[in-house]
Design a protein around this ligand. Structure first.
Ligand SMILES: [Zn+2]
Length: 239
């Protein structure tokens, strides 16, 4: 696969290089021909600064990460976040099904519950990504442009890094609150919107529309599974 072109993080113009290496060992940051600013000032910065700017949803930090670096941890990050999410849902489920039975014969069923929660979280994420892709395919297709699906999926997964905030909730599993999860969700969706905006170099409206489409589909799937669960419980014999 051909390497994606480098971009100026200020004006999004293509760039041939981020810095020039002179023969005497001096490196000099390339200046953008279009905006006359450094093509990518972040190559000099500490990764922590880049991370802080990404948390602040700065568009330049997103362009640096998506176009000018070769970060390939999106799948690992995705699996890690899904495991945290599955564990939280599973522990919440167990909390609502306390049993005093010392034999605890349904222990193995509980293990399968965890796999089910992981599967559901993965399905919801897949539906969310498909929803965003479908919306963007439609709009970008109508404009006669080409959508880089691989880069878009990578951008969506990487920009969901906010789910790492679930880790404290995993550690202090009894101290989380729905408000905390709602705030994490809003942060992740804001980050997703910014990633789509950077990738397509489009306005906020289109990126917000795409992310909301994904969220709507994800909510439909989640609601359908919850209704199925309620129906199943209605048919189970009560103790
Ligand atoms: Zn520029």
């Amino acid at each position: 696969m051909a390497k994606a072109a480098l971009r100026c993080i200020e004006c999004n113009e293509d760039a041939n290089e981020l810095h020039r290496d002179y023969s005497n060992g001096i490196l000099k940051i390339t200046i953008c021909d279009s905006c006359k600013k450094p093509v990518d000032k972040y190559i000099e910065y500490d990764p922590v600064i880049v991370l802080i700017d990404a948390i602040l949803c700065k568009i330049q930090a997103f362009r640096h990460i998506l176009f000018n670096t070769e970060v390939n941890i999106h799948w690992k990050l995705c699996v890690f976040c899904l495991l945290c999410e599955a564990y939280l849902r599973w522990s919440h489920l167990q909390g609502s099904e306390q049993t005093s039975d010392p034999a605890d014969i349904i222990r193995y069923t509980r293990e399968w519950d965890f796999y089910s929660m992981f599967g559901l979280a993965a399905l919801e994420l897949a539906v969310f990504v498909c929803g965003v892709l479908a919306c963007l395919w439609l709009v970008v297709g109508l404009r006669g442009q080409v959508l880089d699906t691989h880069l878009l999926v990578k951008a969506l997964l990487l920009s969901s890094y906010g789910k790492v905030l679930l880790i404290p909730a995993v550690i202090w599993e009894h101290d989380y609150s729905p408000l905390c999860f709602s705030l994490i969700k809003i942060f992740v969706l804001t980050s997703n919107t910014q990633a789509v905006r950077v990738l397509l170099n489009c306005g906020r409206c289109l990126s917000l529309l795409a992310v909301m489409s994904g969220l709507l589909l994800e909510s439909c799937v989640s609601l359908t599974f919850h209704r199925l669960e309620w129906h199943t419980q209605d048919f189970l014999p009560h103790p």
